[in-house]
Design a protein around this ligand. Structure first.
Ligand code: C2E
Ligand code: CA
Ligand code: CA
Length: 650
């Protein structure tokens, strides 16, 4: 078996591996460098041998024979050097190898014959040179052919074979010893060739494997890249793809080319997610994507940018009118009810447009302005499309000036708290105070909280404002009567961050104030943002003794679920219900219902924005007791614990 394996190994080594094109090419490439060297070595050694035999051997051997051999060597060497071996042509490579093998046999035979014939003519030294010539030359040649064992083995076989035979059969003991020596060396050389070649072939194969692996990796990463551009939920493009394409389109835009970027945002998506669960929310987003796709057609870039926000790139729209008509169509279509697993839900969609080049010439500029138009739609025209216009530019500038001012200002000295009392109509006394922020900026002058809080929310600065203001409240409260309680407004961002909430409690404790004196006012935007986080924060604040008020009740969604699931201590009815009370029976009924509900739940109901006696009187008739508004007192710096009687006698 072992012997069989050995001979099989030899046989394999002798083959030209046409089944391994990579290996064949590598062999030809290596040989193309080594064969010219081989010929030069052959020639140099032949000349040396001819030189020592010049005079003792006939001239046809030492002069003409060498010239003929020399010409063959030079021609072959030059042709190898010249021929730019094209290793890409596999057929050619195999041909090269075959030719090398034939020439190896021919040249071995020729040189051996020449040397052996020369042997007859010399004295002992010259014969020694022949033996030396043959052995050293053949070893050199074999190393030149090592990448092509087929040829190398043939050379070993022919040259060393005849050498061993020739010397081994002579009567001279020294020659026999040399022959035995050479036979052993031959075996060793064959072994070296075999193991070298095995390594070489293995290396090429590894390279081959590596290349295959590399190809596979490249393919995978291409597939990944495609995936990285798709939103897996809706199958639409994702945010990355949207911005990449928008950038390309802006870069390649021709003179007079127009296009529009649209941002679409669903209003009321979050409650669907909260009430019906995430799978329903996902389903809604998929259906919304399909509706948009149906209207926009397959060729318009439509992407889900994240959450419930979609982006559209509209190329070649005709006019602003046409754009607005399309915007209306998109919004109207999303306002139709959705069927989610047998449940019907309804959301609305707002949309903002920004056009190139009228509104902006940069991808970012377009995106920001479309986003601003959307933000404007959400605040002023819910469920509609808004086209970014020149007047928005002033607003955007104003916003960014505020943002800058917020960054630069020394807020701890520029921010102040004013206090507006809430009166208890039953006792005629102040029930509590509401803390309202005031900002007087050195450059921009006074800025109302209704203006700067939304900007601070957007830019993430609001947490800092909250801390500065609350710190001030704590300092003020230290001077007030023990029984006076205060309410403090929290922004949606504050309430979803647990560390802010924990900080508030620490602060109250640190100032030695009874947490029961502090009410935190929150609006439902916090629950729309992150219901679970908001619920956790509210729970935390209440567990530590503070009270919670739901502010601006009645606008937005005012889901009863919030009142049901979150325990509020106070409900503040938005002033937009108070204003029409006197003339509007319906608002009277609504307010009455809310007052009754609070009574049934055992929580306080504060009525905001009372500006005149008529409103006060109607509210008293409806059962209202806690009231706040300019009619009683405006927010101010000075704390006056007047009773209502004091106020009216003044
Ligand atoms: P809000 O919490 O609903 O506060 C009531 C707003 O109505 C205050 O406006 C107050 O001055 C005003 N107001 C009170 N009585 C009347 C009235 O009879 N008629 C009318 N038309 N308005 C009345 P202000 O101070 O400009 O604050 C606006 C909003 O800014 C607040 O609405 C609140 O959302 C926010 N805000 C104010 N201070 C803070 C604060 O310290 N933190 C946070 N996060 N938000 C604050
Ligand atoms: Ca408030
Ligand atoms: Ca309010």
């Amino acid at each position: 078996m072992a012997a069989g394996g050995f001979w099989q190994g030899i046989a394999d080594t002798l083959k030209i591996r046409t089944d391994k094109p990579k290996l064949v090419r590598a062999q030809v490439s290596a040989l193309s460098r080594q064969i010219p060297v081989l010929y030069m070595l052959l020639l140099a050694n032949a000349v040396a041998l001819a030189y020592t035999h010049y005079g003792s051997a006939p001239d046809w051997m030492t002069v003409y024979g060498v010239i003929v051999l020399g010409v063959i060597c030079v021609v072959r060497a030059v042709s190898w050097n010249r021929a730019k071996v094209d290793i890409d042509d596999f057929g050619m490579c195999v041909k090269h190898l075959r030719r090398i093998r034939i020439l190896a046999v021919l040249i071995s035979v020729l040189f051996t014959l020449w040397a052996v014939t020369m042997f007859e003519y010399g004295d002992a030294y010259q014969r020694g040179h022949v033996a030396y010539f043959i052995s050293i030359t053949v070893v050199g040649c074999i190393f030149c052919l090592i990448n092509f064992p087929s040829a190398a083995m043939l050379v070993v076989g022919i040259v060393l074979g005849s050498f061993v035979l020739f010397f081994g059969t002579s009567d001279n003991e020294v020659y026999v010893a040399i022959a035995v020596n050479m036979a052993l060396v031959s075996l060793m050389i064959i072994q070296i060739i075999r193991s070298y070649y095995a390594n070489f072939a293995g290396l090429i194969e590894t390279q081959d494997d590596l290349e295959v692996q590399h190809q596979e990796i490249m393919e995978l990463s291409r597939a990944n890249e495609a995936l990285a551009l798709i939103d897996p939920l809706t199958g639409l493009s994702n945010r990355r793809a949207f911005f990449a394409i928008l950038e390309d389109v802006v870069d390649a835009a021709q003179e007079h080319e127009t296009f529009a970027v649209a941002m679409i945002d669903l209003d009321g998506f979050k409650p669907v997610n909260d009430v019906h669960g995430h799978p329903a929310g996902d389903e809604l987003l998929q259906q919304a994507g399909e509706r948009l796709r149906t209207i926009l057609g397959p060729d318009t870039l439509l992407a889900r940018l994240g959450g419930d926000e979609f982006g559209v790139l509209l190329r070649g729209y005709e006019s602003a009118m046409a754009l607005m008509a399309l915007g209306k169509k998109l919004c109207d279509d999303l306002n139709r009810p959705f069927m989610l697993n047998g449940v019907t839900v309804q959301v609305s969609a707002s949309l903002g447009f920004a056009t190139y080049p009228a509104v902006s010439r940069t991808p970012n500029g377009l995106f920001e302005r479309a986003d601003f138009a959307l933000y404007h739609a959400k605040n002023n025209a819910r469920g509609e499309a808004v086209l970014f216009a020149a007047r928005h530019e002033t607003l955007i500038r104003h916003d960014s000036r505020i943002e800058q001012a917020l960054r630069k200002a020394d807020l701890s000295s520029e921010l102040k708290l004013h206090y507006q009392p809430v009166f208890d109509l039953g006792t005629g006394k102040v029930n509590s105070l509401e803390a309202l922020a005031r900002w007087d900026n050195v450059q921009m002058g006074p800025i109302s909280p209704g203006t700067f809080f939304p900007v601070a929310e957007k830019t993430g600065q609001v947490g800092f404002l909250t801390r500065v203001l609350f710190e001030k409240l704590m300092i003020d409260m230290a001077d007030w009567p023990e029984e006076l309680s205060v309410s403090f407004n929290l922004s949606a961002r504050d309430i979803v961050l647990s560390d802010t909430v924990e900080w508030l409690i620490e602060e109250i404790r640190g100032h030695g104030i009874d947490p029961g004196r502090v009410t935190f006012e929150v609006t439902e935007t916090a629950f729309l943002r992150d219901f679970d986080a908001a619920r956790a924060s509210i729970g935390y604040l209440r567990d530590h003794g503070a009270r919670i008020a739901l502010d601006d009740f009645g606008i937005g969604y005012s889901s009863l679920r919030y009142v049901h699931e979150l325990e509020f201590d106070v409900l503040k009815v938005d002033r937009s219900f108070v204003a029409p009370l006197v003339h509007n029976e319906r608002s009277r009924r609504i307010v009455k219902t809310v007052i009754d509900m609070c009574q049934n739940l055992g929580i306080d109901c504060v009525l905001e924005g009372i500006e005149n006696a008529n409103q006060r009187d109607v509210l008293i008739d409806l059962g209202g007791q806690l009231m706040q508004g300019y009619f009683f007192a405006r927010p101010g710096r000075a704390i006056r614990l007047d009773t209502l009687e004091d106020l009216h006698t003044q």
